[in-house]
Design a binder for this molecule. Sequence first.
Ligand code: GZL
Length: 306
Amino acid sequence: GGGSNAATGAGAGGKGPIVMGFAQVGAESGWRTANTKSVQESAKAAGITLKFSDAQQKQENQIKAIRSYIQQKVDVIAFSPVVETGWDTVLLEAKRANIPVILTDRAVDSEDKTLYKTFLGSDFVAEGKKAGEWLVKDSQGKSEVNVVELQGTTGAAPAIDRKEGFAEAVKAAPQIKVIASQTGDFTRSGGKQVMEAFLKSNPKIDVVYAHNDDMGLGAIEAIEAAGKVPGKDIKIITVDAVHDGVQALADGKINYIVECSPLLGDQLMDLAKKVVAGQSVPERVVTQETTFTQEQAKAALPQRKY
Ligand code: GZL
């Protein structure tokens, strides 16, 4: 890896397999589990040797993992930055070690675009917009629509951008008001705890906008414990479309899901081979994804892969 590929025989013209160091965020959600499975399966299928680490959603653990990959002289480093800030130093170390870096899933706020070769992942602002646009349509003719928002991990690109996109879209309907917004850290337990607090302090909640299915599923538990009917008394909009979310949507407990695909593995391995071979790659690769209503969920469930 690194400057002299001879050691691993990888890279352009090398004989041995490419070695990739992957620093994963954690295992906080169904999305993350599916994403990890996709990366591991795609590496195997691509003949790429994968070194994998789980940072338990802690940035310092991801930085430690990246440093260890630099020490091991891997051929390429890929990771999903748990938050947007604080990466320039370690990415500069990788650059100095002549090890290319690929961002997957989440973005960094680095001004220096030479610190990574490409960013493969969803457009989170667009996801938030799609959620807001559905609510604008659903709110026609209503005088007041009170929304509580379950935000993703504080400082994470999907949390920042899904909030921004949603807020932008709901400007079209002034009767929609976000009366409370708090992080549930993308976990089911976080969503449940925050929703319990929201229910105690807000007499009239019409809609929950959760930045991922897992927090929406936690909110369902809190809503039912409070004796209300999720999907009817309080509507729920989420992002991801993992199996448990699509099931709840089909069961009528969630009203709309904006898909965020975790299946980035194949595209990542293809980009890695190009990057290691010194070929140019697009600066940004946006993943394709759709949206699901309750009817579409029933039809889609049988063939969902995750
Ligand atoms: C989005 C990804 C988010 C998912 C959550 O690409 O970073 O992190 O929406 C996951 O489920 O925890």
